[in-house]
Design a binder for this molecule. Structure first.
Ligand SMILES: [Zn+2]
Length: 261
């Protein structure tokens, strides 16, 4: 009976955690206080894989596997530092300088969405979190595209500490589909869009929004909705990871076998 009620409490805690942003803990029980519901953009804007990872973390919490809960929560979050290397070696002349400058400005637009994450530009040769490479024309699967990203998130564990390793290869086209050079606003949108994927966003179909396609007159810089969704994903991942780290795993709690009187 006692076991049953304890599981019931854990499930309720997990459900509460799904709709809250702050936690407190005492001993082995996590008390979750609700503070607001997820923003309406969260479910439609955040990549499905990351939402799943966060949900799995909550289910693992409910079943008492806090180690797995922490790993899944971290997998949907962000590292403390993101290093970005820009490669313009395929582009000649002063255009390369422009591309670098516009890329840095586009990435910097994201910084206030995740103030706790340090975003730093590093030389191309280093082992950066994200490599942004410019190509004169970018062709993927036989199609000319504006940008392209491949990312992976891996959580590695050393001892009792686990850490997220985030890696991304981003490629951006120097030219628009019609052959002319991409404008400053098109380049900025393409870079900010791909970086949005790195931070957890998924595509949408609206060319006016950042996560929509790049049109002839590119509009769509990093908006408040996108920033809010990324900030929310980061806060929720951190919250679940922190809550999991405060719970002592069931298996490590001593069990007492008493003598009958
Ligand atoms: Zn995209």
């Amino acid at each position: 009976m006692q076991q049953l009620s304890r599981s019931a409490v854990k499930i309720l805690v997990a459900i509460a955690a799904a709709i809250s942003l702050s936690t407190e803990s005492s001993a082995s029980t996590v008390v979750v206080m609700t503070r607001g519901v997820p923003s309406p953009y969260f479910a439609t804007t955040i990549a499905t894989a990351l939402q799943s990872s966060l949900s799995i973390a909550l289910v693992e919490m409910a079943y008492g596997d806090v180690t797995r809960a922490a790993r899944h929560a971290q997998a949907s979050g962000l590292p403390q530092k993101i290093t970005v290397a820009i490669d313009t070696s395929a582009i000649s002349g002063s255009r390369a300088t422009d591309l670098r400058k516009w890329s840095e400005e586009a990435v910097a637009e994201w910084q206030d969405a995740v103030p706790a994450v340090e975003i730093e530009f590093v030389p191309f040769s280093t082992n950066a979190t994200a490599h942004i490479r410019f190509e004169d024309r970018l062709v993927v699967d036989g199609r000319r595209v504006a940008g392209f990203i491949e990312w992976q998130r891996r959580v590695s564990t050393r001892g009792t500490k686990s850490e997220l390793d985030l890696r991304a290869q981003i490629r951006i086209s120097n030219r628009f589909s019609t052959g002319g050079l991409m404008t400053e606003s098109q380049i900025k949108k393409a870079v900010a869009h791909e970086f949005g994927h790195l931070l957890g966003l998924q595509d949408d179909n609206c060319s006016r929004s950042l996560m929509g396609p790049v049109g002839p007159s590119a509009s769509g810089t990093v908006g408040e909705q996108e920033k809010q969704a990324v900030a929310e994903l980061h806060a929720r991942s951190e919250q679940v990871a922190a809550a999991a780290s405060q719970v002592r795993p069931e298996s490590r709690r001593p069990r007492i076998f008493v003598f009958a009187k």
